[in-house]
Ligand binder design. Structure first.
Ligand code: FAD
Length: 309
């Protein structure tokens, strides 16, 4: 089976989610990858070094500058004559591109796979991760998105793939890039951080959210996350949200601070290796998934913990 993986990058660096997608794809067969964008020669060279990658197709054109899915999807569909499966990370961009590819190929997409059982059978979560469905597809070509936390990351080194230009250019001319407001942070990215410090409604306001959590996160070199209640109340920006309708994370250590442990929050973090919960209510559901629990007032306990670290 031959598989084409779409490489997610920020023009400078390949995102970790791509490496998990390559691991998933390698369970199906020989892996080629597609790098799309503008001025992406260096990214293509890096992609060729990923362990297990055979060939890098490089579509370097202004039509692909901002990864407009209306342009990228037809490009992929054209390339799919040579492939049996298309694989993308289940990121915002991956989820924007893959369904279009599936629709244009007239096949179903299998979303956020957790495992590859065989060439046509996969597992994937439904009902916020409470049910794991085993899905078998009879489609001639498979279109899959991959949940990054479910697969090891392929090594960034060790591969010796060749780089080829993907000659075709598709500019559908039906969408244009207007602008992007990208939050800048010195902290690690939430989905690839080793340690995450997350805060909930209990922080009461934006000022507390930052003044209580940031010193702890700084000491630990951690990313900061939030519950939806904290995001909805404006304590934290949208891209901090962890959960069913936020980001899915599985760090080595996850601090849930003043977070009750609603099922929709757990859906985004329960695969974390070690969960540390701080909550003043000893009966809060978060303690059912926590490896380490501390019952206490976060406004006392967190500064104390930060101090002692
Ligand atoms: P609360 O549930 O209000 O919990 C606050 C906790 O803080 C309580 O346990 C309390 O005991 C504790 N506390 C209060 N004061 C202190 C103190 N001083 N010290 C220590 N502890 C204290 N939620 C998400 O997080 N992510 C999602 O992606 C998400 N998606 C959703 C999708 C849908 C369709 C729906 C319906 C809901 C979704 N939610 C999501 C919302 C979810 O149901 C909860 O409402 C939310 O997670 C609650 O956030 P919280 O734990 O911060 O707040």
């Amino acid at each position: 089976m031959s598989v084409l993986v779409w490489v997610e990058h920020n023009t400078g660096a390949i995102k970790d989610a791509t490496l998990s997608a390559v691991t998933a794809a390698a369970k199906l067969g020989a892996v080629d990858v597609l790098v799309v964008g503008k001025d992406i020669g260096a990214v293509a060279v890096d992609a060729a070094k990923i362990a297990g990658v055979g060939k890098v197709l490089c579509a370097d054109d202004s039509a692909y500058h901002h990864i407009l899915p209306e342009n990228v999807a037809p490009l992929i569909v054209g390339l799919m004559v040579n492939y049996d499966a298309f694989v993308a990370p289940a990121s915002a961009n991956g989820k924007n591109i893959a369904p279009r590819v599936a629709a244009l190929l007239d096949v179903m997409q299998i979303s956020e796979i957790l495992s590859v059982e065989s060439a046509d059978t996969f597992t994937r979560p439904t009902y916020a991760g409470n049910v794991i469905a085993t899905v078998q597809s009879s489609d001639a070509k498979k279109v899959l998105t991959v949940r990054g936390t479910a697969f090891e990351k392929a090594s960034r080194e060790g591969g010796s793939g060749s780089v080829e230009a993907a000659a075709r250019v598709d500019d559908a001319g039906i969408s244009r890039f207007v602008g992007a407001e990208i939050s800048k942070s010195e902290r690690p990215e939430l989905t690839s951080a080793q340690i995450i410090v997350s805060g909930g409604r209990a922080l009461q306001n934006s000022e507390n959210f930052h003044s209580v959590l940031e010193p702890l996160a700084d000491k630990l070199g951690a990313a900061i996350g939030a519950s939806r209640a904290a995001v909805d109340a404006g304590y934290a920006p949208n891209d901090y949200q962890v959960g069913q309708t936020g980001k899915i994370v599985a760090p080595e250590v996850y601090f849930a601070i003043g977070i009750s442990g609603a099922i929709q929050h757990l859906a985004g973090m329960k695969d974390s290796k070690t969960i540390i919960a701080i909550n003043k209510d000893g009966d809060a559901p978060i303690f059912q998934v926590a490896d380490i629990g501390l019952v206490g007032d976060l406004f006392t306990v967190v500064p104390e913990l930060t101090e002692k670290l």
